[in-house]
Design a protein around this ligand. Structure first.
Ligand code: NAD
Length: 485
């Protein structure tokens, strides 16, 4: 049955709303998840009319439908309310419009608030929703929040306290769009639906795990934001640690939100809390300078728009986390993420231990299970086999599976899945407060260590895989990055 719900989109004129949220809602509409009984109030500062807003909605759906009637029907559910989130009187207009739409579309008092705005506005919006009685306590009432959730533990705590006054944890959905991705969700399937992997998912069989989130683009037009963030906070604190928790957690009692969350939180707490000195040794920042690939030249980070010419913001991080528990003692989890790297790609490499008792004369390649998350999705397993022909030569063979592009093309985008989860009240693929706060504890010490050290940032030419120091990090452990495009 289709859902009854009123959405209120804060930041309705913004980039995220247009690129991701409206297309996601449209897909849910086409699939019948939302049909007659839904309405959307878009709010932002610009003085748009409903007609103009609907035009923007239709434009944001280009490529998704040529059916004019369908587009007109869908966009007729959208209403625009010009609104400054700091101005209390504007919430009255919002409330009146909401009351009217609730009647008109029979939304059963269910409400979802999407805060697609800068985080400094989150608590002011939440407080007004309560004080101006936009929240009625009648239907389900849920809030979706975009990253970043705070800029360190202290600011995250302040934000959480402010939100907690208004929304309970089970009403709060902190988006990490990577958690909506097919292959991230598949990590649990690979582990727990295959006894052959789960039975060797430990320190006795795994040598190390490598998580890479590589972007080939630079900061584009987001230099202003990035200057306040950097790769550590933008990627490692949220996406990378979430993936690490899924890989490292113990088997949950059942495949439910509560059990999975409990195990992820335990895994995050088992990650070694570094001292500042340890953090300096285990984490390497980097910044891209100009570089050329295939004759195409890219500028240095410091020459990008809205970036300070002497900026010390890191555009790259490589690091090593250690997990102090029975399963993982001594197994390094290497992570790296950066902009302007050689190739775009998110992958996990699980490197298995070598047989210490090799009976062959040649050295054997390590077995590696690779999980590809983007741009293509799938997995591969590198095993050793005999080369065909005379003699006895052993060579690695890669068994690979990539999801069929047409199936993937039809599979829902992350935002579509996540919004549907919110409508179903399922928080499995969202970041919970306990995870967020623990992640900040781990990240803050690294940030502080770097800030105090005042080291010159290691540099890397654009279109390479990061500074030499990131390679040295593994080399001094006698290892190497498996993925070296
Ligand atoms: P944006 O700058 O494009 O849009 C911001 C929106 O907020 C606009 O609609 C603007 O009118 C509105 N706004 C600003 N001040 C306001 C005020 N005082 N009152 C009412 N409305 C106001 O930003 P965006 O890129 O859409 O990002 C929104 C949020 O999503 C941010 O928290 C960002 O970090 C996060 N995010 C964005 C992306 C992305 O791809 N764009 C990805 C991940 C997370």
């Amino acid at each position: 049955m289709s859902k009854q719900v009123l959405f209120t989109m804060f930041g309705a004129t913004g980039d995220l709303a247009k690129r991701k949220l409206y297309p996601a809602l449209f897909q849910l509409y086409k699939k019948g998840e939302i049909a007659e009984n839904f309405a959307v109030i878009g709010t932002a500062r610009r003085p748009w009319t409903d007609e103009y807003y609907r035009q923007i909605i239709i434009e944001s759906l280009s490529g998704l439908s040529n059916n004019e009637k369908e587009l007109a029907d869908f966009s007729s559910h959208f209403y625009y309310q010009s609104h400054d989130v700091n101005d209390t009187s504007h919430y009255h207009a919002l409330k009146e419009l909401g009351d009217r739409l609730r009647e008109k579309y029979n939304t059963n008092c269910n409400q979802v608030f999407y805060l697609a705005m800068a985080p400094q506005f989150f608590s002011i919006i939440a407080n007004h929703l309560k004080s101006e009685k936009i929240l009625t306590g009648k239907g389900f009432e849920r809030v979706i929040i975009e990253k970043p959730f705070g800029s360190d533990l202290e600011t995250a705590q302040a934000l959480n306290t402010a939100l907690k006054d208004v929304f309970r944890e089970d009403q709060t959905f902190r988006i990490d769009h990577y958690l909506g991705k097919e292959m991230i969700q598949s990590v649990s399937a690979i582990r727990f639906a295959n006894q052959m992997f789960e039975s060797i998912w430990d320190k006795d069989h795994i040598d190390n795990i490598q998580i890479t989130f590589a972007e080939s683009i630079g900061v584009e037009d987001r230099g202003g934001y990035y200057e306040t963030s950097g790769a550590l906070k933008d990627m490692i604190q949220n996406h990378v640690l979430q993936v690490l928790a899924l890989l490292a957690m113990e088997k949950p009692k059942s495949f439910t939100q509560e059990s999975i969350l409990a195990e992820k939180v335990k895994a995050l707490h088992s990650i070694r809390q570094y001292s500042e000195q340890e953090a300096l040794e285990a984490f390497i920042p980097g910044q891209y300078v100009e570089g050329t690939i295939d004759g195409k030249a890219f500028p240095a980070y410091r020459s990008e728009p809205s970036v300070a010419p002497d900026s010390n913001t890191e555009t790259f991080v490589a690091g090593k986390f250690l997990i102090d528990n029975e399963r993982w003692a001594g197994v390094p989890f290497y992570v790296r993420s950066g902009k302007r790297l050689t190739e775009k790609g998110t992958r996990i490499n699980i490197v298995f231990k070598q047989d210490p008792n090799n009976i062959f004369e040649t050295t054997l390649e390590e077995n590696v299970l690779t999980i590809y998350i983007q741009p293509t999705e799938g997995f591969s397993l590198t095993v050793n086999g005999k080369e065909v022909g005379q003699g006895f030569n052993i060579a690695p063979i890669k068994l690979g599976y990539r999801h069929d592009a047409t199936i993937l093309g039809n599979s829902p985008e992350a935002y579509e899945k996540l919004i549907l989860d919110v409508l179903n009240g399922d928080g499995t693929n969202f970041s919970h407060w306990e995870e967020v706060s623990r992640s900040w504890e781990l990240i803050d010490v690294i940030r502080q260590a770097w800030d105090k050290a005042h080291h010159e940032l290691p540099k890397y030419p654009a279109a390479t895989m990061g500074p030499q120091e990131a390679f040295d990090l593994l080399e001094k452990d006698g290892r190497h990055w498996v993925w070296q495009p």
